[in-house]
Design a protein around this ligand. Structure first.
Ligand code: 48F
Length: 258
């Protein structure tokens, strides 16, 4: 059989743009394909929610790929081990309450499960703003990451979303843009973003889960972004909090346990 390059090109363009058209309006738009965003996408999609993840980088996985300082092993504590095992990821006991897992196996397995559950990932797409209506966020403003990187003067496009999850990690990028441009109060003690504190793993892991919630109308925070928004400390390469936060944000949006 002959292979025609133009047919290959047509197939990619048609399939990609049909996918993008289909996901131009979603139930939940997740910003950031790190561990928190990917776990959230899996549970939401598995429960019938139409989910798109927008990820600035070419690769998914955020800070999980590199384990700690590029040593590609992660640590999880007892309470989060079930989640990894549910994705078929091998965990090995290091000592009481400390388990390790291969970082690459973890990222790829969670991502594969999320995609197979129906979540669509749009990589190389950066979220630069939100769609705003009186007192609520109704979607995202997106652009190609290379356009952003090159500083090209090109107008963005938009994605409608009933709910938005900021799982952009330490930088809480969606929340910053809302605070700066949308005049919305955050659900924090003084209505403002608090900012991340220095490392304290045990406290941070607890706070990540506690702080996973709706932070302003239709916008939820998960993962490191939840900690940063509420002034929690960082925790380094222990990932239980990220996984549990992804699950919790899905439960908050679905209004049930998963
Ligand atoms: O940083 P990241 O892995 O967030 P997370 O899921 O997990 C945090 C941990 O990796 C680690 C930690 C825990 O031990 O402290 O840092 O909370 O993934 C965030 C993803 O969001 C993408 C970014 O490229 C990364 O892959 N991202 C950030 N801003 C944007 C974005 C944006 N404006 N548009 C699209 N993607």
């Amino acid at each position: 059989m002959e292979l025609n390059e133009i047919t290959i090109t047509r197939a990619i363009i048609e399939r990609y743009f049909n996918k993008l058209l289909d996901y131009a309006d979603v139930d939940t738009a997740i910003v950031g394909a790190g561990p928190a965003g990917l776990v959230a996408a899996y549970y939401l999609a598995k429960n019938g929610n139409k989910v798109a993840i927008f990820e600035r980088k070419l690769s998914i996985g955020g800070g999980m790929w590199g384990g700690g300082m590029m040593f590609n092993e992660i640590v999880v504590q007892d309470e989060a081990r079930d989640i990894l095992e549910q994705f078929g990821i091998t965990t090995t006991k290091y000592q009481e309450n400390y388990y390790t897992a291969d970082a690459v196996e973890s990222v790829t397995s969670i991502c594969s499960a999320a995609c197979r559950a129906g979540a669509k990932i749009f990589n190389c797409v950066s979220v630069e703003d939100v769609i705003i209506r009186e007192g609520s966020v109704n979607g995202l403003v997106i652009t190609w990451s290379p356009v952003e990187m090159a500083g090209l003067h090109v107008d963005p496009l938009t994605i409608g979303a009933k709910k938005v999850i900021d799982s952009t990690g330490h930088d809480m990028e969606v929340l910053h843009v809302i605070e700066r441009k949308a005049d919305m109060k955050m659900n924090t003690p003084d209505g403002k973003l608090q900012g991340e504190r220095s490392m304290w793993a045990e406290k941070a892991e607890k706070l990540t889960i506690e702080n996973t919630r709706e932070i302003c109308k239709n916008v939820y925070v998960a993962g490191m972004s939840a900690n940063a928004a509420f002034g929690g400390p960082r925790m380094g390469p222990i990932f239980g909090g990220m996984l549990l936060s992804g699950k919790k944000v899905a439960e908050s949006i679905l209004g049930k346990s998963v």
